[in-house]
Every structure is written in C-alpha cells, then in structure tokens.
Unconditional design. Structure first.
Length: 111
C-alpha cells in the first residue's frame, strides 16, 4: 500500500483509506509510521477460493513502462505443474468455459 501511495500521492480515495485505517488500528498506525516498504516481485500467494478452497500460486510481477509518465504492474500467477492447485485452477477454468459470456447476445424466441 505504501508503494502505491508513493506512486499515486494525489489519490484521494487511497489517502482516505490510509487515514481511516490509521484512526481505527494502532498496529496499522505504528507500521505505517515506520515507513518499511518491501516490494516483492516474485513469491507464493496462498488464497482461499469459495468454490475450490485453497490455492497456492507462484507469482512474478513486472513493471511495464507504457509512456513517459505511466508504469503499469503486470503480475502473472501460475500453479506448480502436477499440484492440487493446478487441478483446482483447471476446474475453475472448465467452469468459466461453460458460462455464457456477458458480451454474448441472448436469443429471444417469439411465440
């Protein structure tokens, strides 16, 4: 969050969130004041999905400079081949493939 606040110092919503968290949490306030910034460009994320439960994904982040003033962060997540997380991602992908797209036209039949 600190890295994002540094990149976007005029982001009103982010400033308000930091203020609210600082007001509500002494731990947040102390950690925010310490100015410890660690940006991780690779590692493991552990997530809990409501349909498939636990996922452990390897990630790698890259900064993509798209113009003189803008840098975008691209993060790629993958599951280790042969892992339970890979099987769970495949299951999610199969479900997504069978769902109609929001951009697909719907058919209306007249009677």
């Amino acid at each position: 969050m600190r890295a994002e606040a540094g990149r976007e110092p005029h982001d009103r919503v982010l400033r308000e969130l930091i203020g609210e968290l600082s007001t509500l949490s002494a731990q947040f306030r102390t950690q925010w004041a310490a100015h410890h910034v660690r940006i991780h460009h690779y590692g493991i994320k552990r997530l809990r999905h409501p349909d498939v439960d636990r996922l452990e994904l390897v990630y790698r982040s890259m900064d993509l400079p798209l113009s003189d003033r803008a840098v975008y962060d691209l993060t790629i997540y993958t599951a280790e081949p042969g892992s339970a997380s890979e099987d769970r991602l495949k299951l999610l992908a199969s479900w997504a493939a069978t769902q109609p797209s929001a951009t697909e036209p719907t058919r209306h039949e007249s009677h």
